[in-house]
Design a binder for this molecule. Structure first.
Ligand code: HEC
Ligand code: HEC
Length: 229
């Protein structure tokens, strides 16, 4: 072997070693709270008992660069945890999150985050659903986006559009445009149950035009929050 070939061989070994280590870490440490393979949760009992989001379709859902940075410095996505009824208490006006009941997410090194993100991106059981989506280019102004999200389709009942503003039962959506692939956003809005049969997000039969508007709005929100790249 020439020197160049040796270097290539050693690099290939290092890369496969990192992938193997990442796979082990995922199945040892992350699998305690996250589903990594198999069919989605099929009963409400299991849905309420979830300790973390289903990662078995992570490669169809997340943006890889977001995974790498979030895993090093996690911020809260679900303001009231996986199941909000476990983490809200009655406030004087409405329900309030009880932060004492919420745990911080484990943070990992840049090296581990990079390797784990690469492993997660391989999990793509729903390429078929993603292939059905076509994102049309276009823009939306904030007011029209908010009307569509809040007034026309009632999405704000469950989703925060800025920290502390909006519903508590779903993930916040002000970083969704940075976190999620646009085709996933469109597909999840079109038919949440195709991804999570027992999710409490309703299928509102959102029209094609509105789906496109909602995707643009979530991307705009992520940019306005200084999170868009
Ligand atoms: C003790 C349980 C627990 C362990 C262990 C854990 N997680 Fe999580 N994970 C959670 C919870 C709870 C959330 C939701 C956090 C939030 O809403 O801010 C979450 C969220 C996530 C998300 C974002 C999911 C989303 O869309 O809401 C990713 C990605 C993730 N975890 C990856 C990992 C990886 C990789 C590991 C292993 C290094 C890991 N987690 C270990 C409980 C856990
Ligand atoms: C009754 C509450 C509820 C309503 C109304 C609702 N959602 Fe959701 N949404 C959820 C929950 C809960 C999830 C998390 C899915 C899961 O893990 O089960 C979710 C997930 C999502 C996601 C994926 C986010 C992620 O990080 O996983 C998007 C995007 C989304 N909703 C957009 C919308 C839009 C747009 C509307 C209005 C058309 C809407 N939602 C209406 C509860 C709701």
């Amino acid at each position: 072997m020439t020197r160049k070939h040796w270097i290539a061989a050693v690099l290939a070994l290092l890369v496969s070693g990192a992938a193997q280590a990442a796979g082990e870490m995922l199945h040892k440490e992350c699998a305690a709270c996250h589903k990594l393979d198999g069919a989605a949760v099929q009963t409400l009992k299991e849905a309420f008992a979830k300790k973390g989001a289903d990662l078995s379709y992570a490669g169809n859902k997340y943006r890889e660069e977001w995974l790498v940075s979030w895993l090093q410095k996690p911020t809260r996505i679900r303001p009231a945890g996986m199941y909000y009824a476990d983490h809200v208490k009655r406030g004087p006006k409405s329900d309030e999150v009880d932060p004492a009941t919420l745990q911080d997410h484990v943070a990992i090194s840049k090296e581990d985050a990079t390797a784990i993100a690469a492993e997660l991106m391989k999990l793509r059981p729903h390429d078929d659903l993603i292939a059905k989506e076509k994102i049309e280019p276009g823009t939306i102004d904030r007011q029209m986006g908010e009307m569509t999200f809040d007034k026309f389709w009632g999405c704000m009942a469950c989703h925060e559009i800025e920290p502390g503003y909006g519903g508590l039962s779903g993930p916040e959506v002000y970083t969704a445009g940075q976190r999620l692939q646009p085709e996933f956003i469109a597909s999840f809005i079109r038919n949440p149950q195709a991804w999570e049969p027992k999710t409490w997000m309703p299928n509102k039969n959102v029209s094609e035009g509105a789906i496109q508007k909602l995707v643009r709005y979530l991307e705009l929100l992520a940019k306005e929050n200084g999170n868009g790249q």
